[in-house]
Write a protein that binds this ligand. Structure first.
Ligand SMILES: Nc1ncnc2c1ncn2[C@@H]1O[C@H](COP(=O)(O)OP(=O)(O)O)[C@@H](O)[C@H]1O
Ligand SMILES: [Mg+2]
Length: 313
């Protein structure tokens, strides 16, 4: 559905995008993850025919983004970080306008607008001007507008930046609904949790280059295992707890706060081994948990690999 080959873009002396290649199957979610200036919007703009590439080629649904831009536009929807809604129009009028622009008749446009207002939880606010909408409502209206033409491919450029957690969760659910309907989604984000929530595949961009590409699970694997953390019933039993875990072949250390111990493990098997070790050593625990590395850790590890210095978060 999306195919990019050696795609690059230069702005003066800045290489915003440096020879990116990838293929994306239908109905999948690709997440472009990167900090400000990584090249995410540049890549989305090229794929959405808004910006010509300096080098390389890209196809959407088989159409070339430069030579067949009009065909590409019939298949895509685009939502930016800054909502493209008309503030002076009501929510319903915004959707009607887009539907009419896309060539729908009056009745058809009205039906589609109604359907989308319902789907995006805007029915109650349908007759208020968009100026009165909250940030989350505006973003939903923008998303609804990009969905009017039932696009096969949807580009979402930082769709939840600046949204509160509730609005963000609502938007994630909408994206899942769209994907469930067969839409292919390319989403950019600076939020690692967002990639974890939505992506089938993540490409990490840094300075216009792809520095990692894979599933969230694969990226996490690059960091090694998980961490088990146990809270001891008796904080004075720390030494005994450490000995018990060492006997089980783990390499534990005392944790913070006092009375907890941690150890790197290989997933849930390691968790079970730790529980057995405490049990057979007679060390009582009041809690034990397994935490997997987050995508944030992955990004930092990759950035450190590249530059050799820790990146401030
Ligand atoms: N129109 C432009 N003119 C000059 N430089 C640009 C332009 N658009 C983007 N850039 C530069 O290209 C790089 C990538 O930008 P961008 O794709 O917007 O990153 P992101 O969306 O990941 O924040 C940045 O260094 C940015 O300053
Ligand atoms: Mg951007």
């Amino acid at each position: 559905m999306i195919e990019a080959r050696d795609l690059g873009r230069v702005f003066g002396a800045t290489r915003a995008l440096d020879d990116i290649s990838f293929r994306m199957e239908k109905g999948r979610v690709l997440c472009l993850l990167g900090h400000n200036g990584a090249g995410k919007s540049t890549l989305v703009s090229i794929l959405a025919t808004v910006l010509p590439p300096t080098n390389g080629t890209a196809r959407i649904a088989g159409f070339d983004v430069v030579r067949q831009a009009r065909d590409v536009r019939r298949h895509i929807g685009l939502t930016g970080q800054f909502a493209a809604v008309d503030e002076s129009l009501t929510g319903r009028a915004n959707l009607l306008l887009v539907a009419r622009l896309l060539g729908a008749g009056k009745k058809e446009a009205a039906a589609r607008a109604e359907q989308l207002l319902d789907m995006f939880a805007l029915t109650e606010a349908a007759d208020r001007t968009a100026r009165t909408y909250s940030g989350g409502m505006r973003r939903r209206l923008d998303l609804a507008s990009s969905f009017v033409g039932r696009p096969q491919v949807l580009f979402l450029d930082e769709p939840t930046t600046g949204l509160d957690p509730v609005s963000r969760n609502a938007l994630w659910d909408l994206v899942r609904t769209m994907v469930g309907a067969g839409t292919t989604v390319l989403l950019t984000t600076q939020y690692l949790e967002e990639a974890e929530q939505l992506a089938d595949r993540v490409m990490v961009l840094a300075r216009g280059r792809c520095v990692a590409d894979g599933s969230v699970a694969q990226l996490k694997e690059q960091l090694g295992g998980s961490t088990v953390r146990a809270t001891l019933a008796d904080p004075g039993a720390t030494a005994a707890a450490l000995t018990a875990l060492r006997t089980a072949g783990l390499d534990p250390s005392p944790g913070e706060p006092a009375g907890t111990v941690t150890a790197a493990v290989e997933g849930s098997i390691g968790l079970a081994a730790a529980v057995r070790a405490f049990d057979s050593a007679g060390v009582g625990i009041t809690g034990i948990s397994l935490s997997e590395p987050t995508l944030d850790d992955v990004y930092l590890a990759l950035a450190e690999q590249r530059t050799g210095v820790p990146v401030p978060s």
